[in-house]
Design a protein around this ligand. Structure first.
Ligand code: SAM
Length: 500
């Protein structure tokens, strides 16, 4: 949702070995994470050069050795969060152990996001902690994800403490890259975008014990003028339906009841297997997996959105009453400059189709304000579209010019101050819409999946099928259960209730 629900997630699971239920993999709960990795000792020098008084060549590190512990910090969207889970799977399969902070780790990985300038800067501030002579000495430091792909080899000049630079299209090669680092290579890269492979892992520990992310499509073939994703994640590649369904079944066996299908453009998925399922058929098949309670999918692109998805939701109560459909702007002129491939009217036509569903489907969107050439009138078109659609959630951003995108050819963007004013105005409008829509739920009883318990407040935190958060008096035992909760109060961002 908005790919911004998770602004910053620390993926770091010291308790993982004791929580087999949060793990899925070929062997599910029986996997033993502390099993020693069968290291190919032949790649390790028998005498460490520095100890032997030999100057290592500049391409090797003096501390070539087995990497035993790791720490990963993740920035950005759900796809990054799930990529980090799969990277963890690769490291665990090598016999490595997760630790609680970078100070304890042999290998420190930053999985980065470059969607906006601010997100891209975060990794450089983290790397500051590893300047020469500081806590980074002896560690292997890797940068993964979109900033890695964008900066490429330049990373080593800008941040010499970095040893590994690897974009998401090269994650299947991570084991070989790690072998090279263990053998003492100073700088290794995985930067090729030329792949039709998806990143498949034998075991994938999940951060969230209830909702499992499941990637169905990687990369992006669109050329939205504002977006770096096609340049950082490579060409679109879909996973075969039978692999997706097998993973969904394994997840249910491992105790998950909610699955979120992921893709930069999830509804552009095309089945490469002979079954040739459509995206809507895939949704239906996942929704029919015995034991599944909720299925979500994100992010859909309006261009690929078709009525059969609404029919699938109508037919399967396990498909959540929620669709995230990023509009980006309410002005057809701006949409054309963004190269989004639809007009305001075409987008609204899809919304009308969703509103005709048998169940009331909750709608959320992403909006960029201050794109190149956006006039006050264009911006007002966005406000009027928001009033017409009445979204339940809007993820809104100031346009951030990104390297190698087509945006620059589209004229000047409004000044930063003006972007800020427009963003505040848009967010205030949305706050009022959300408050009104949430208040309309007063007195209704809603089924929630309880995701957390806040002991200090005695409150359980649940989530509805429409993705609304509801707080209600509960107990730690409620966590993981589906409960009926009556709404007693409503704010713009969450609801308050009591158990029925
Ligand atoms: N692939 C999805 C799509 O095209 O709808 C969304 C991907 S992106 C990770 C999530 C959101 O970030 C986008 O929908 C857009 O609103 C926002 N975004 C992307 N590039 C941006 C930029 N250069 N400046 C500001 N926001 C941006």
């Amino acid at each position: 949702m908005g790919n911004e629900l998770v602004q910053l997630t620390v993926v770091n699971q010291p308790g993982l070995a004791g929580a087999p239920h949060s793990v899925s993999g070929a062997e599910g709960a029986d996997l033993c994470f502390s099993a020693p990795h069968p290291v190919n000792e032949s790649v390790l020098p028998s005498v460490i050069p520095a100890q032997a008084g030999i100057h290592p060549p500049s391409t090797t590190v003096p501390w070539a050795r087995r990497l035993r512990t790791f720490y990963i910090e993740t920035f950005g969207c759900q796809m990054n969060v799930h990529d980090s889970e799969k990277v963890q799977g690769v490291l665990l399969a090598r016999g490595m152990t997760p630790v609680e902070n970078h100070a304890q780790a042999d290998l420190v990985l930053y999985n980065t996001c470059s969607i906006r300038e601010k997100a891209a800067q975060k990794v450089f501030s983290r790397l500051g902690a590893f300047r020469k002579g500081s806590s980074g000495a002896g560690k292997v430091i890797g940068v993964l994800g979109c900033v890695a792909q964008q900066e490429g080899e330049r990373f080593f000049a800008r941040a010499p403490q970095v040893n590994l630079v690897c974009g998401s299209a090269s994650y299947p090669k991570l084991p070989q890259l790690l072998d090279q680092l263990e053998a003492g290579k100073r700088h290794v890269t995985g930067l090729s975008l030329d792949t039709d492979e998806c990143f498949e892992t034998e075991l994938t520990p999940r951060d969230n014990p209830f909702r499992a992310y499941l990637t169905i499509i990687e990369g992006c073939d669109q050329r939205c003028a504002f977006c770096v994703v096609p340049m950082t994640r490579g060409r679109q590649r879909s996973r075969a339906s039978e692999k997706i369904l097998a993973e969904a079944r394994r997840l249910v066996e491992d105790g998950y009841t909610e699955i979120q299908l992921l893709g930069q453009i999830v509804n552009a998925w095309q089945d490469p297997s002979p079954a040739r399922l459509s995206f809507a058929e895939l949704l239906s098949r996942v929704a029919e997996v015995p034991g599944i309670r909720r299925v979500r999918f994100t992010t859909s692109h309006p261009r690929f959105f078709s009525a059969d998805v609404v029919q699938a939701i109508d037919a399967h109560s396990t498909l959540c009453d929620q669709i995230h459909l990023p509009v980006q702007s309410g002005s057809t002129a701006v949409l054309a400059r963004m190269l989004r491939g639809y007009t305001r009217e075409e987008y609204l036509e899809k919304i009308r189709c969703i509103r005709k569903a048998r169940r009331a489907i909750s709608l959320s969107t992403d909006i960029i304000v201050g794109f190149c050439g956006e006039t006050r009138q264009d911006f007002e078109q966005t406000l009027s579209l928001m009033k017409e659609v009445e979204y339940d959630q809007v993820f809104s951003f100031k346009f951030s010019p990104r390297p190698n995108t087509l945006a620059e050819a589209n004229g000047d963007a409004p000044e930063e101050d003006e972007k800020g004013r427009r963003l505040a105005e848009l967010q205030e409008l949305q706050r009022q819409i959300q408050l009104r829509r949430n208040q309309a739920l007063l007195g209704e009883t809603i089924e929630v999946l309880v995701e957390a318990y806040q002991g200090r407040l005695g409150q359980a935190v649940g989530r509805s099928t429409t993705n609304r958060v509801i707080n209600f008096p509960g107990s730690p035992e409620d966590v993981g259960r589906y409960l009926a909760v009556k709404v007693t109060a409503a704010g713009p961002n969450s609801l308050v209730g009591v158990r029925e």
